[in-house]
Design a protein around this ligand. Structure first.
Ligand code: FUB
Length: 458
């Protein structure tokens, strides 16, 4: 069918393309740590369990985006099971690259000490696989050995900071998996962190600060920044700066003040991508979330002229798209701007796919650029152990008009994949949000969805 030409420019013009916070809806994703590599922005996270009453976290997860709007789920390339000496609490991670290797620093509970420890895993790609790099903790034996943040200075010296409520650091050796010398503890004073350490604070004096946890360490324009969760709980995000990687630090105040985030913790990470600056944090705002069900969010910001931070408040909208999405390559179904109802699962052969699809669930892919002409067809890779269902491909809203439809049959198993193709008709040029709306019998899981692609006419 021919597209409605008249409507195309209007819809394209008025489409306000914004990400939606939290960035991932298929599971809880805590303690975000961004890393830019090879033109993509990766975010390493923890994973709060459903219905948890504490941080009973078992694995770390990786997501990535090229546009700040659509997030690809790379699953969990690292879990407690990968550390023989660990048995619980897969808390706030960070991954950094050096000489083509990816070093994944994590806190977890140690069987050796019975307390918390810092581990390091190594991999050859940003999405893993990762393996314990040294077969033992990098630092072990204190309840406050959590939340490592790693930074490599211009002279090649790498630093690892961590801790709650103390701030520890070491100079890492060039191998990134060892250090010489003692673990250093940073002196916390009112001038450096807004409040002295508990042991030396003046009782009855009201201080603004308190370093709590979750340090995030980096350098910009010759200044070293240490961002952190502050104020005990509930937490805000504050920061200190220095002209040296090991201080002395100067307390600069709050970046994200106490807000109604639905979570008593907060945890930040910062990066630049495609010429813009982004602030990552987490909230309990995903339906079913809360203090032990947190999900990462993102806001774009601009540094003040003097390099200080503006105040950053949580928004529902998040960051704007920095580029359009290409529907003509093979796309992973788990690349999602927003979804409702579905989850994801891993598979050794196909990788991560979308699962738990029920009648009425949907996936939105934002800012999709169909170019000047309508595509000829749409294909999807799907599997079903039951009677299947339908993918309705809709434009611009989940009730938008249907441009293609795929009927998924029984394929003989939840991972017996087949590729199906269907013609495209109706308005489908220009930039649109795409909705995959799933329909079928009410009640049961319908099918799994792994990949999709639009095809141009020959
Ligand atoms: O996610 C578990 C802990 O909660 C993290 O290690 C802290 O930073 C806080 O977010």
């Amino acid at each position: 069918m021919k597209k409605s030409l008249l409507l195309t420019p209007l819809l394209t013009y008025f489409t306000i393309v914004q990400a939606e916070n939290p960035c991932v809806q298929t599971c809880f994703t805590t303690d975000p740590a961004p890393m830019v590599h090879d033109g993509r922005l990766y975010v390493y996270t923890g994973h709060d369990e459903n219905k948890a009453d504490f941080f009973w976290m078992q694995e770390w997860r990786v997501y990535s985006t090229e546009d700040l709007v659509n997030w690809t789920d790379h699953g969990s390339p690292l879990a407690i099971e990968d550390f023989d000496w660990g048995d619980d609490r897969a808390w706030a991670p960070q991954c950094v690259e050096r000489n083509g290797k990816f070093y994944f620093y994590v806190p977890l509970h140690s069987k050796l000490s019975g307390a918390m420890a810092i581990g390091v895993a190594v991999g050859d790609s940003p999405t893993g696989p990762f393996k314990d790099a040294i077969g033992k903790p990098l630092a072990d034996g204190s309840w406050d050995y959590i939340d490592p943040t790693c930074f490599i200075d211009d002279d090649g010296q790498a630093y690892l900071y961590w801790g709650n409520p103390e701030i520890y650091y070491v100079r890492l050796n060039e191998d990134m998996i060892s250090f010489d010398g003692e673990i250093q503890k940073i002196e916390q004073t009112e001038e450096s962190f807004g409040k002295p350490a508990f042991s030396i604070e003046e009782k009855n004096k009201k201080y603004h600060g308190t370093y709590t946890e979750g340090p995030w360490f980096y350098k910009r324009n010759g200044n070293y920044y240490l961002l952190y969760a502050a104020g005990g709980i509930p937490e805000r995000i504050s920061y200190s700066v220095s002209d040296s990687p090991t201080g002395p630090w100067k307390f600069m105040g709050d970046i994200m003040p106490l807000c109604d985030t639905g979570s008593f913790t907060n945890h930040c990470g910062v990066c630049d991508y495609e010429g813009k600056s982004y602030f990552f944090y987490h909230t309990g705002n995903l339906p079913g979330g809360g203090g032990f069900g947190r999900s990462f969010c993102v806001e774009e910001f601009e540094y003040n002229a003097d390099g200080s931070f503006p105040e950053i408040l949580p928004t529902k909208e998040g960051a704007k798209a920095v580029k359009a999405f290409d529907p003509y390559r093979q796309n992973e179904a788990e690349t999602i701007a927003w979804s409702e109802g579905v989850t994801t699962e891993p598979n050794d052969i196909t990788g991560v796919y979308v699962s738990d699809i029920h009648n009425g669930d949907f996936i939105k892919v934002a800012n999709v650029d169909f170019g000047d002409n309508s595509p000829a067809s749409f294909s999807a890779v799907v599997a079903s152990a039951l009677r299947g269902g339908k993918i309705e491909v809709r434009l611009d809203s989940k009730d938008g008009h249907v441009i293609s439809e795929i009927s998924v049959p029984h394929t003989g198993g939840w991972e017996n994949w087949i590729q199906l193709e269907s013609p495209v008709s109706g308005l489908s040029d220009g930039i649109h949000d795409l909705y995959f709306v799933f329909t079928g019998r009410k009640g049961p899981k319908l099918f799994n969805f792994d990949k999709w692609q639009f095809h141009k006419a020959n």
